[in-house]
Design a protein around this ligand. Structure first.
Ligand SMILES: Cc1cc2nc3c(=O)[nH]c(=O)nc-3n(C[C@H](O)[C@H](O)[C@H](O)COP(=O)(O)OP(=O)(O)OC[C@H]3O[C@@H](n4cnc5c(N)ncnc54)[C@H](O)[C@@H]3O)c2cc1C
Length: 461
């Protein structure tokens, strides 16, 4: 016999948009984070417009069935994981770029649009949407908004929230909230748009966003610098910050990442045998300004003791240099499966974080490679373990938590961009404290009194 909620959803959305076959629904039941549990959904629904989303929310509220909103499922916190008996609300069919307003440099976009497709769409108008998570060729704008995603160019352009002007959100009672603005400035009322950004599907369903765009930057020039100590690389980062230089990208790789990338690419990156860290930086200012910016960055690296510092304006050569950074996760798969952490520390303390990861690696007996966005302090220590070994998995979990502890002890945060989800709930409590948690719960209760959206994710009530 059919479930009455499923019957109701099919009446509203049509049979094809309501999936219950477990072979199919299993594919929508978890994201990319191996540490998080997932349950069996009652149904997976794929509405194609805001009215469809409202119908799902109203029906689920009436039947008291929880909703887990979902984009592409590329998340790394378990935040899109199904819980038993829930409805997984997939937003990928709301996939239109509604408007591109060149004059005001803004766009209106639905949540199911893939980040790269959106970037390409605005680029045709000479415009640039900065947020660029490494998963940009498959993650969605809705997922990016809900996790406040970052990426390689945050150091200059900020994270997703820095591009958001306004949102349309379906609330727990099925009503539609339009919040924010289309103007450059605007301070009317609480900044509700930013409250929903990063709320990981716990407060409402984002069905449309108005985002600010930038002019297309110039083609990037690239600098690579090699250091025989992580402290020297860390000092170079700190000096870049202190002197007010703003590269469009500044990444760091530790010795373990460098070795993995070299083995994978079957190449020697030109560093000496005792190279402990690589810094990669870019300027997208173009022409003489970029030349000056890169020269200043190079000088800082040399002053801080870099063994090698090399700058190029050649686009292809720059891409080749950056490739070493981009392949690290894939390269680590040569040794096992990876579990990537996501902490952010003050930019003066990056070397201490790397040292902490080296110590933890020795303690747990597992390889830990540190790569990260040095320009904003957001590091991704990545633990490698054998897929079939429960014992190694347990050690990886231990290392994952130990890294969070080190980050907090350095005055950092337990997540720079991936979010809390189902894997860092107790760490959120540790970081924000009792009063912070109470305010979170009060906001959740005010907006979602029935605990309809993503219950148990981020924190419990
Ligand atoms: C290889 C790899 C590299 C990555 N690199 C980066 C990176 O550089 N930077 C970064 O920030 N992240 C990165 N990520 C993590 C992930 O891609 C981002 O968190 C991304 O924003 C998730 O988008 P998604 O569409 O896959 O969302 P999902 O994983 O499906 O969902 C993420 C969260 O958003 C909620 N949600 C989704 N859509 C909506 C909506 N419309 N309304 C309300 N809630 C919604 C879900 O409930 C969940 O809480 C990476 C992941 C992988 C696998």
């Amino acid at each position: 016999m059919s479930n009455p909620l499923v019957t109701r959803l099919r009446e509203h959305l049509g049979t094809a948009a309501v999936l219950t076959d477990t072979d199919v629904t299993d594919a929508y039941s978890r994201d990319m984070m191996p540490l998080a549990d997932s349950g069996k959904p009652l149904a997976v629904v794929l509405p194609s417009d805001v009215e469809g989303v409202q119908a799902v929310v109203k029906a689920c509220a009436e039947f008291e069935v929880p909703i887990v909103p979902r984009g592409a499922g590329s998340g790394l916190s378990g935040a899109a994981n199904a819980i038993d008996g829930c409805v997984v609300l997939v937003l990928t069919k709301l996939d239109q770029v509604v408007e591109i307003d060149e004059g005001n440099r803004l766009a209106v976009v639905q949540p199911g649009v893939v980040n790269l497709d959106f970037r390409n769409a605005v680029e045709k108008h000479g415009l640039f949407y900065p947020p660029d998570p490494s998963s940009y060729d498959w993650c969605t704008i809705g997922g990016n908004l809900s996790t406040n995603a970052g990426g390689l160019c945050c150091v200059k352009y900020g994270v997703t929230t820095d591009s958001v002007l306004g949102l349309e959100v379906v609330l727990a009672d099925g009503s539609v909230l339009n919040t924010g603005r289309r103007t450059v400035k605007g301070v009317a009322g609480y900044d509700l748009a930013r409250l929903f950004v990063g709320s990981e599907g716990t407060l409402g369903v984002i069905t449309q966003a108005t985002v600010a765009l930038k002019p297309l930057p110039q083609l990037p020039s690239t600098l690579v610098a090699a250091f025989n100590s992580t402290e020297a690389a860390g000092e170079a980062v700190a000096r870049v910050v202190r002197e007010g230089l703003v590269p469009s990208l500044m990444e760091i790789m530790d010795a373990t990442s460098i070795k993995a990338a070299e083995a994978y690419l079957k190449t020697d990156l030109g560093t000496s045998a005792d190279c402990k860290a690589l810094l990669l930086a870019q300027s997208d200012s173009g022409g003489e300004v970029a030349r000056r910016e890169l020269a200043a960055l190079e000088q800082i690296c040399v002053d801080c003791g870099a063994d090698l510092a090399y700058a190029t304006e050649d686009l292809e050569e720059g891409k080749m240099l950056l490739q070493a950074r981009r392949v690290v996760l894939t390269a680590l798969e040569m040794y096992g499966v990876w579990l990537t952490d996501d902490v952010c520390v003050p930019r003066t303390r990056i070397a201490e974080l790397i040292a902490g990861c080296e110590r933890i690696s020795e303690e747990v007996g597992l390889r830990i490679a540190v790569v990260g966005h040095a320009g904003d302090g957001n590091m991704h220590p990545t633990i490698v373990y054998a897929q079939d070994s429960e014992e190694e998995f347990a050690r990886a979990r231990k290392a994952f938590d130990a890294i969070l502890d080190v980050a907090l002890s350095l005055g950092g945060t337990v997540t720079g961009e991936h979010g809390i989800g189902r894997i860092k709930r107790e760490w959120l409590a540790k970081e924000i404290g009792e009063v912070g948690l109470r305010v979170h719960r009060q906001i959740k209760q005010a907006l979602d009194p029935g605990n309809l959206f993503n219950p148990g994710s981020m924190f419990s009530l």
